[in-house]
Ligand binder design. Structure first.
Ligand SMILES: *Cc1c(COP(=O)(O)O)cnc(C)c1O
Length: 362
């Protein structure tokens, strides 16, 4: 079965010497390798400051704290995402206020965001679902108009672009996950890309118990709540090796995604995702809308191609559904949405097989 997601680990002869070196270096905690990983990641993103962390969920949590969200506040979010996006809001003690999606893209709708804004709204989380960039321009405009900070959850969208610039450059906070099945894995890990230099320094303190690593333990004075969210040298070393090949790896997802877009255009029973102007998806998954989805999934699976909706609508989790809301676009989109594999392990022959199967009908 061609899997929907797959872990990418560098070749043994490249990774193992580096890993052994760090494991027996006597320093496996947060040190030089973490520092190097952060600077390399900044270079890859092309701007901002990288706060490396032990998960993407930690990145969401710190982003919400730095955005100034407090207990009892509201955060506008989407229900079409992986659960951590919304669980993180609850970690703060804040409430999740849903905004419906844009039916053309599956991403949070700027109009719905604007409707959901109220005096309790302290932040907006947007998700580049399956790698598809959000409507950056309109969301930036709304953020400015109402003076509400935006956190971009780009856990699916490493290397996706708007106006020729990668995710990580468009909003004050951008979240990445380096867990097993994302574009880049450090086994587990994450990063928060922060544009503001002062907030970056504050982020470093929050990730380490509220302690400032630049001062001695005795000179430290904890004044804010901190956590143990740092990345260690072992994960960072894996990340450094992964970064050597990341442009090429992400490009494979993009090439496959574009090839499928091109060849599935106009096929009966299929509706393709539309993309916002000046954006490029990084196609973590290939997403499309189909009639009669169950039969579609069955046909694909009978022919060795895994197909799935992957995520459960987050508003179906009682604990996350603080303000039950009508989301007619999500209802329609979710009933038709299906993901197909298009990552680095998918060959051109696999793509051709997928296209042929879809053209046959189901
Ligand atoms: C994977 C993921 C996260 C969380 O990342 P972890 O590293 O597993 O904590 C957050 N948001 C989305 C959309 C994700 O897919």
């Amino acid at each position: 079965m061609l899997p929907l997601v797959k872990t990418s680990i560098p070749p043994r002869d490249i990774l193992m010497p580096k890993l052994e070196e760090i494991l027996y270096s006597g320093y496996v905690a947060q040190g030089e390798a973490v520092e190097q990983f952060e600077r390399k990641f900044e270079e890859y993103i092309g701007g901002g400051n990288t706060l490396s962390l032990n998960s993407g969920t930690a990145a969401l949590h710190i982003a919400l704290i730095l955005a100034g969200v407090k207990e009892g506040d509201e955060v506008i979010s989407t229900a079409l995402t992986a659960e951590p996006t919304n669980v993180a809001i609850k970690m703060i003690g804040a409430k999740v206020r849903w905004a419906d999606i844009d039916i053309k893209t599956g991403n949070i709708s700027p109009d719905a965001i604007e409707k959901a804004i109220n005096p309790k709204t302290k932040a907006i989380i947007v998700v580049d679902y399956a790698g598809i960039p959000v409507d950056v321009k309109r969301i930036q405009e709304i953020s400015e108009k109402y003076n509400i900070p935006v956190i971009e959850d780009a856990a699916h969208a490493l290397g996706a672009k708007y106006n020729g610039k990668k995710t990580g450059n468009h909003f004050p906070f951008t979240v990445y996950s380096f867990q097993a099945i994302k574009h880049l894995t450090t086994i587990d890990g994450g990063a928060l890309q922060i544009l503001d230099n002062e907030l970056y320094e504050k982020g470093k303190i929050i990730r380490w118990f509220g302690l400032d690593k630049k001062l001695t333990r005795m000179d430290n004075n904890i004044t804010i709540q901190g956590y143990k969210y740092h990345m260690n040298n072992v994960n960072a070393m894996i990340g450094l090796v992964q970064l050597e090949n990341i442009e090429k790896l992400v490009q494979k997802y993009i090439d496959n995604g574009k090839y499928l877009d091109e060849h599935l255009m106009g096929v009966e029973g299929v509706e393709l995702i539309q993309y916002y102007p000046d954006t490029e998806s990084s196609y973590w998954l290939y997403t499309l809308k189909v009639d009669n989805r169950d039969a579609f999934i069955k046909k694909m699976e009978n022919n060795g191609i895994m197909a799935s909706e992957l995520h459960k609508r987050n508003d179906l989790h009682t604990y996350l559904n603080d303000f039950p809301a009508e989301m007619p676009n999500l209802d329609v989109f979710y009933s038709k949405m299906v993901h197909l594999p298009c990552g680095w392990w998918v060959t051109k022959e696999d793509c051709d097989k997928i296209i042929k199967l879809i053209k046959e009908g189901w």
